[in-house]
Design a protein around this ligand. Structure first.
Ligand code: M6R
Length: 637
C-alpha cells in the first residue's frame, strides 16, 4: 500500500528518496512521485516535482531526464483509493502556488466537505484525491499567519501544519515541504505508521522500515498524533496537544529489514524456501528442552493475560484469518477453550455481545492492517467502558512486526520472527502465525492440566516432540514439491476455475490454497469444506475444473476420500494432498505429504498449496511478487 519517504540533510535528496521508494515497492503501488526543494541564491528555494504512473522505473527515468535538485525532499508510492491510478492523482500534491508539497498515506474521511469549502473560496483542485485538500489548507493557514506578520521559517510551517491537523478526520501519515524554507521538513502521523531514521546530519522519514535499513539502524518511531519539525540540525517532536516531547531513539534489530532475493527468481519462492528456517527458529525459541518435567512451551506472556480465561476471540483478515481459523481449531481441540474467529472488517460494525474473561487476539503479519487495528481498538474501548473488571480488555497481537502499530496497541505480542516478507502473497508469515497458535494452544492446554478432548498431558508432550521434527520435514517437503509443482504448472494454462477441498483442521488450508491461487495467478478459485460440495458447488464441476483435495489421515480421512470420489464421478481432475498409499490412489495426481498427527498436518499441507500457486503464476509469466491491485500491508479500511 502507499509508501512515504522524506529526507533532509546535506546530500542530494532525490537518489536517496528513489532508493527508499524502491525498498517500499513490495508494499504494492500504482504510481510514484518525489518533490525536492532546491536552495536558490536568495536563500529561499525552488520546488521540483516529478510524478509518474506505473512502476518506479518510470519515475527514475523521468528523474534521469529532468533532475530534481535539492537536499530536502519527499517521495511517495501510491496505491489508488480516491481517484484512478493516473499521474495527476500521484503524490506529491501541491498548493495553488506550487511552492508547497505534501505526500500522505491513509484516508482523509472528510475530504469532500473540506474540498467544497476550499472550492467555495476559489481554490482549484488538480486531482481527484483526498490528499489534495492538505496542501491547500496548509497554504491557506500559512498565508493567514504571514498576514499577521510572521516570517517564513520551519517553525511557521510546523505551526501551520499543527493548526490544520485538527481539521482532518481519518488516518494519515504525511510529510510537507515548502519552497520558502528549503531547510525544513514537517511530518505527522495519526493511525498510520511513520518512523524517523537518524543519520549523521541528516534524517530520513519513512512509513516502513525497509526504506530506512540501508540508511541507519537508529530510529524514532512516531507515536499517534505526533508532529515533528526536521532540519539538518535536529528534530523537534510534539504530541497532539502541541507539547514538546523528548524520546530516546531505538535500534532496528538484525538484518531482517533488508529485502534480498538471493538467487531465487521471485521473493515469494525464496520465502517459501525459508519456512524450514522459520520453523527451526520457532522451535529453538519456544520449545525448551526440559525432559519430561519442564514446561511444554515458553511464551513471553504474563499470567495476567491468561489467568481465568473463559473465551478467545480472533480478529484478522485474509491469510491471517485462515491462520486464525486453524488457531481456533487448536484452541478448542487442544486447550478446550471456546474460540470465535471474526473478519476484522465485519467485527467493527457488528461485534458480538461482550463476554467476560476474554482474550482478544489481533492476527496480522504486517501489524498495520487498518481493519484489524480498528477492530482491536474498538474492542479495547468498549471493554474499558465497562465497570465490571471481568470485562477488562486483554489484548494480544500475533505479528511479524512487533514494532508496528499493532505492537503499540496490544498488551503483549507473539512475535513470529519470520524476517521480512516481501512477496505480497503471505507464505512464511502464515507458517509463523500457525506456529504461534500451536504455542498458545499448548500453553493454555498445559495450564488447564488433565486430559482435554482425549489428549492427556503425555500426549501433549508427544505432540511437542513431533513439532521438533518440523524443520526437517519442511525442508524435504519444500524441495520435493517445488519440483513436482513446477512439473504440474503447464496443466493449468487454460484453467479458469479451481476448487479446493478440506475438512476439519485442513479446511482453512483449502481456503488458503484458493486465496493464494487467486491472488497471484488471477485464476478463480474457491475453498470449501469437502462435505459442503454436494450442497451446491458440485454443480460447477466438469472435466475443465481441477479439484485439489486435502486428505490427511485422521478423523475425516475417509470422508474426504468419499467427497473426492463424488468429484471424480463428475469428471473433475483430482489433485490430492495426502500420504502415498492405496487410499490416495483415487487421485489423478498426488502431491504427497507424510502422515503426521492430524492436528499438526496444516503445517505440512500448506506447502503444496503455496508451491502450486507459485508455479502456476510463474508459468503464466505474471508479476508474482506484486500482483495487480494488491498491497502488502492494507492500511486503509
Ligand atoms: O498484514 P496482515 O496479515 O494483516 O494482512 C491481511 C491480509 O491483507 C493478507 O493476509 C492478504 O490476504 C495477503 N495478501 C495474503 O497473501
Amino acid at each position: 500500500m502507499c509508501g512515504i519517504v522524506a529526507l533532509i540533510g546535506s546530500r542530494e535528496a532525490a537518489p536517496q528518496l528513489l532508493e527508499g521508494l524502491r525498498q517500499l515497492e513490495y508494499r504494492g503501488y500504482d504510481s510514484a512521485g518525489i518533490a525536492t526543494i532546491e536552495r536558490t541564491a536568495t536563500g529561499s528555494g525552488q520546488l521540483h516535482c516529478l510524478r509518474a504512473e506505473g512502476k518506479l522505473i518510470n519515475l527514475t527515468n523521468r528523474h534521469a531526464a529532468q533532475g530534481a535538485p535539492g537536499q530536502c525532499g519527499i517521495g511517495h508510492t501510491r496505491w489508488a483509493t480516491h481517484g484512478k491510478p493516473e499521474e495527476r492523482n500521484a503524490h506529491p500534491h501541491l498548493d495553488g502556488s506550487g511552492l508547497l508539497a505534501v505526500v500522505q498515506n491513509g484516508i482523509i474521511e472528510n475530504h469532500r466537505s473540506l474540498r467544497e469549502e476550499l472550492q467555495a473560496v476559489g481554490v482549484d483542485f488538480r486531482s481527484d484525491t483526498d490528499t489534495e485538500v492538505i496542501p491547500h489548507l496548509v497554504s491557506r493557514r500559512l498565508a493567514e499567519l504571514r498576514a499577521g506578520g510572521a516570517l517564513a521559517s520551519g517553525t511557521l510551517l510546523l505551526q501551520a501544519v499543527q493548526d490544520v491537523l485538527p481539521l482532518l478526520q481519518g488516518a494519515y501519515a504525511l510529510a510537507v515541504v515548502w519552497a520558502q524554507v528549503p531547510g525544513a521538513l514537517v511530518v505527522a502521523r495519526r493511525a498510520a505508521p511513520l518512523l524517523i531514521g537518524l543519520g549523521e546530519g541528516e534524517f530520513l522519514c519513512a512509513s516502513d522500515t525497509p526504506a530506512l535499513a540501508g540508511f541507519t539502524r537508529t530510529i524514532l518511531p512516531m507515536e499517534d498524533g505526533e508532529v515533528a519539525l526536521l532540519t539538518p540540525l535536529g528534530i523537534e517532536l510534539y504530541d497532539a496537544a502541541g507539547t514538546r516531547v523528548q524520546r530516546t531513539p531505538t535500534l532496528l534489530s538484525g538484518t531482517e529489514h533488508v529485502a534480498d532475493k538471493r538467487s531465487f527468481r521471485h521473493f515469494m519462492l525464496k520465502e517459501i524456501h525459508e519456512q524450514p528456517e522459520t520453523a527451526a527458529l520457532w522451535v529453538a525459541r519456544h520449545l525448551p528442552v526440559g525432559g519430561a518435567t519442564g514446561p511444554l512451551v515458553a511464551l513471553p506472556l504474563d499470567d495476567a493475560l491468561l489467568d481465568g480465561l473463559e473465551r478467545v476471540q480472533l480478529l484478522a483478515c485474509g491469510t491471517s484469518r485462515h491462520a486464525a481459523q486453524v488457531g481456533a481449531y487448536l484452541l478448542e481441540q487442544l486447550a478446550g477453550m471456546p474460540t470465535d474467529v471474526f473478519f476484522a472488517s465485519e467485527f467493527r460494525y457488528g461485534p458480538p455481545p461482550l463476554s467476560p474473561h476474554t482474550l482478544t487476539v489481533g492476527v496480522t503479519q504486517s501489524g498495520e492492517t487498518a481493519d484489524t487495528l480498528a477492530a482491536l481498538a474498538m474492542e479495547q474501548e468498549r471493554r474499558r467502558a465497562m465497570a465490571d473488571p471481568a470485562y477488562a480488555p486483554r489484548l494480544l497481537g500475533i505479528t511479524n512486526r512487533p514494532e508496528s502499530s499493532l505492537g503499540r496497541l496490544v498488551d503483549a505480542v507473539l512475535d513470529i520472527g519470520a524476517g521480512i516478507e516481501v512477496g505480497v502473497a503471505a507464505t512464511k508469515t502464515f507458517l509463523g502465525q500457525l506456529l504461534a497458535f500451536y504455542g498458545l494452544a499448548l500453553a493454555l492446554a498445559e495450564r488447564r492440566g488433565g486430559s482435554i478432548n482425549g489428549r492427556s498431558p503425555e500426549a501433549l508432550r508427544q505432540l511437542v516432540d513431533q513439532l521438533r521434527l518440523l524443520p526437517e520435514q519442511l525442508r524435504a517437503l519444500v524441495a520435493d514439491h517445488d519440483r513436482r509443482c513446477e512439473g504440474l504448472a503447464h496443466r493449468f494454462v487454460d484453467t479458469r476455475d479451481v476448487i479446493f477441498l478440506g475438512r476439519g483442521i485442513n479446511y482453512p488450508i483449502a481456503l488458503e490454497g484458493a486465496l493464494k491461487l487467486k491472488e497471484i495467478s488471477y485464476i478463480h478459485a474457491e475453498g470449501y469444506p469437502a462435505g459442503e460440495m454436494k450442497h451446491g458447488p458440485i454443480a460447477l464441476l466438469d472435466a475443465q475444473v481441477p479439484v485439489v483435495s486435502i486428505a490427511m489421515p485422521g478423523s475425516v480421512f475417509e470422508k474426504v476420500l468419499s467427497n473426492a470420489q463424488e468429484a471424480k464421478a463428475r469428471d473433475a481432475q483430482l489433485i490430492g494432498v495426502g500420504p502415498e498409499g492405496p487410499d490416495t490412489e483415487v487421485f489423478d495426481v498426488l502431491l504427497p505429504v507424510p502422515a503426521v498427527d492430524e492436528l499438526l498436518s496444516p503445517l505440512l499441507t500448506v506447502i503444496p498449496m503455496q508451491l502450486l500457486s507459485y508455479h502456476i503464476a510463474a508459468h503464466r509469466g505474471l508479476d508474482v511478487d506484486q500482483p495487480r491491485n494488491l498491497a502488502k500491508s492494507v492500511t486503509v479500511e
